[in-house]
Design a protein around this ligand. Structure first.
Ligand code: COA
Length: 155
């Protein structure tokens, strides 16, 4: 119970959570293949019965990473699980020495609450749009970019 790194055996549940919200247009759908390739980026939160929250930290450059696929099971939202997963992903960014982490999201208020601030999407480097190429909404993205400065050990 609690938060841990994801294993390949978690993929079915991760996919069901992520693709459920993708159907609502809240995030990109992920294929099983993509999840296998990126499984090491994922943290999962589980209760006694099953995984109820997931999220990933995707490194884009030596100074930038993105929080992706953050999804909490509907019945368990508002219980602090999203906050725990984001904190854990930010801790990982800090350990790796990534100074900035962002999210593209409709949940700006949630990220604002966790210390992120809004930035103009155009200020983010072009590498950010790599994954967006697969989004049905590209190039008309209406998500907000939320950024946080991560404390680094070297500082
Ligand atoms: C957005 C989401 C990840 C939040 O996770 P959660 O577990 O429900 O949020 P938490 O309970 O950890 O909330 C943490 C804090 O943020 C606040 N908060 C949560 N959602 C909020 C919102 N939409 N607006 C404002 N504040 C919010 C909570 O009140 C809480 O405040 P507190 O620390 O003072 O108690 C979750 O609702 C979700 O999976 N939504 C659907 C998928 C999605 O849109 N994912 C984001 C993709 S980037």
């Amino acid at each position: 119970m609690g938060i841990r790194t994801a294993k390949l055996a978690d993929i079915e549940r991760i996919q069901s959570l992520v693709n459920g919200f993708a159907e609502e247009g809240l995030m990109l759908a992920r294929s099983r293949h993509t999840l296998c390739e990126h499984i090491r980026e994922f943290m999962v939160y589980e209760n006694e019965e099953e995984i109820i929250g997931v999220g990933a930290l995707h490194i884009l450059w030596d100074d930038l990473a993105e929080i992706q696929a953050l999804a909490i099971n509907k019945g368990h939202q508002g219980q602090g699980i999203g906050k725990i997963i984001v904190a854990s992903l930010l801790q990982e960014a800090e350990e790796l020495g990534v100074p900035k982490v962002f999210a593209l999201t409709y949940q700006s208020e949630f990220f604002f609450h966790l210390g992120f601030h809004g930035v103009n999407k155009e200020e983010l480097p072009q590498k950010v749009w790599q994954e967006c190429l697969y989004c049905v909404k590209f190039p008309n993205c209406d998500e907000n970019a939320m950024l946080i400065d991560v404390k680094n050990e070297e500082e």
